[in-house]
Design a binder for this molecule. Structure first.
Ligand SMILES: Nc1ncnc2c1ncn2[C@@H]1O[C@H](COP(=O)(O)OP(=O)(O)O)[C@@H](O)[C@H]1O
Ligand SMILES: [Mg+2]
Length: 508
């Protein structure tokens, strides 16, 4: 075998109406390497890899596989050349089994019936063992978790003979534990000679997993560097094009009165099972309390109860001493609780409304925005203009529909509205999910400012780094219970252990 690249892109260009998604990009993948493609949202990473996977035709440039020029006119052709891709959205059929999903896409069938199902199951089992991708071939996809679905997608690519595996933001849907498992899988694939392109916008994981890193910014390639020479700060600068503060600067907290108090709170989930169990804690004025936990341990139900969106089954919630346990969402809001929801597109914004309307969602019916039931749009618009400027929202003005903004800018709109409402208590749930480093830096700074203005902030996040960087105290939730309280300087391992039920509450 030659030592040359297994895949080489020369001057690949791809234009979409109004944007050059890829501008003369060169890229080389060496056999057996993990090569990260790093860049902010919209930098052109997925476009470049969709070209390699035959889904888009480039407007210019050349693709070489093992030194030979190829045309990749379809995914089928890419697969024939040994290229496999796992997209951000999985493409599995829920009612079918794992093995059916893997095999059906590749093998001849008779009226949709597999020729030799038993043999296929065996083959899938073999592959899954060889590459350490634990899945049950006979499980139905609708009954497995997201982490497993991803493994099925990887298996599907391997089954079809992939030598080059492209993973598009694979960790975006995973918990920290699942991400760690995925990294083990990637190392295993690498050990067996596979070449991997790992797309991400997360600095930390890129530095952890990649041998080399290529950074894209606004459709252009900035550079390719090896892991040895890479630092998170340096990579952030390359990605964003300016210095980015990765550490959150904050003074020690000066906590005051308890603003939010929760006593023995219990909340049921949608199936009527206990999701939050006898939880008690308080958040005081001037502090950020972080709630750490693996997804699905009661965080969502707790936040919903605090925001008045779900009736607790027991216990008590107080805001500035007032009982709001059974209060409506409207009343909770009126009592001074701001809520940055987990799902900004479903709960944070009305996507088909303008930014001005979204910014006024909570108070459109109050003076001075409205009098005797008449809205004063000019007032809404001028206030929106001011907020959009203050919160650095880019990509639109007061009359722009919320749906037209990027995720990071949509999040800034939600934060602008919630912070501008001047709440005493701010519940921030996954406030930076899916955002770029630049936008994350901004959101973090604003949350610390809110704290320093003397508000009580409850931060709920799956990102341990975020929890540790922002919180003045950390609570860990596991199976609906608070299982420990930690100082933010606690070792990540200790938090991780507590989050998976292995800790003791002694740390409190
Ligand atoms: N199918 C498409 N049609 C039009 N524009 C697109 C399409 N796909 C991507 N773009 C645009 O191309 C640019 C790069 O997008 P993308 O490759 O998805 O970035 P990334 O994966 O780095 O987040 C963005 O400006 C995006 O809006
Ligand atoms: Mg992408």
């Amino acid at each position: 075998m030659s030592d040359g690249p297994i895949l080489e892109l020369r001057s690949i260009t791809k234009r979409f109406p109004g944007v050059v998604a890829n501008d003369a990009i060169d890229f080389e993948l060496l056999p057996g390497e993990v090569h990260a493609l790093l860049g902010e949202n919209g930098a052109g990473k997925s476009t470049l890899m969709n070209i390699v996977y035959g889904l888009y035709r480039p407007d210019g440039g050349e693709i070489l596989i093992r030194g030979k020029p190829v045309t990749l006119g379809s995914a089928r052709e890419a697969i024939m050349h040994g290229i496999g891709m796992v997209h951000q959205q999985f493409m599995l059929i829920p009612v079918m089994t794992v093995a059916e999903n893997i095999v059906l896409a590749s093998e001849p069938t008779h009226a949709g019936v597999l020729l030799d199902y038993a043999a296929s199951v065996e083959r899938v089992r073999e592959l899954s063992e060889r590459f350490g991708l634990a899945v049950d071939p006979e499980a139905r996809v609708e009954n497995i978790g997201v982490g497993q679905e991803q493994r099925v997608e990887i298996l599907k690519a391997l089954y079809r003979g992939a030598e080059i595996l492209i993973l598009d933001e694979p960790t975006a849907v995973l918990t920290p534990q699942e991400a760690a498992e995925l990294f083990e899988i990637i190392r295993g694939l690498q050990a067996q000679g596979k070449s991997i392109i790992f797309i991400s916008h997360k600095l930390k994981e890129v530095v952890e997993i990649a041998d080399r890193i290529t950074v894209l910014r606004r459709g252009r390639k900035v550079d390719t560097i090896s892991r040895e020479g890479a630092t998170e700060t340096g990579l952030a600068r390359m990605m964003v094009g300016r210095e980015v503060l990765l550490r959150v600067e904050k003074k020690p907290a000066a906590p005051g009165q308890p603003m939010l108090e929760v006593h023995d709170l219990s909340v049921l989930d949608d199936r009527g099972l206990g999701a939050v169990r006898d939880v008690s804690f308080a958040v005081r004025a001037g502090e950020i309390v972080g709630l750490a936990g693996v997804d699905g341990n009661g965080q969502t139900e707790l936040i919903d109860a605090l925001a008045g969106l779900r009736r607790p089954s027991g216990g008590e919630i107080r805001v500035r001493g007032q009982d709001v346990t059974r209060a409506s969402a409207r009343r909770v809001l009126d009592l001074g609780v701001g809520h940055i929801p987990e799902d900004r597109q479903r709960r944070g914004l009305v996507l088909e409304f303008s930014l001005a309307e979204n910014l006024a969602l909570h108070d459109y019916d109050e003076e001075p925005n409205s009098r005797f039931g008449w809205l004063f749009p000019r007032r809404l618009i001028s206030r929106a203009r001011k907020l959009l400027r203050e919160f650095d929202v880019r990509g639109g003005g007061p009359q722009t529909r919320a749906s037209a903004l990027s995720g990071g800018n949509q999040q800034k709109v939600v934060i602008a509205r919630e912070v501008a409402g001047d709440p005493d208590v701010l519940i921030a749930a996954q406030p930076t999910r899916g955002l770029d480093v630049g936008a994350i830096e901004y959101v973090h700074r604003r949350l610390v400012e809110v704290r320093d203005e003397g508000k009580a902030v409850l931060l709920v996040s799956l990102e341990l780094d975020e929890i540790r960087a922002l919180s003045d105290r950390i609570l860990v939730i596991y199976e609906g219970r608070i299982v420990g309280e930690y100082d933010p300087k606690v070792a990540e391992e200790d938090l991780g252990i507590a989050m998976t039920g292995g800790g003791s509450a002694a740390a409190a």
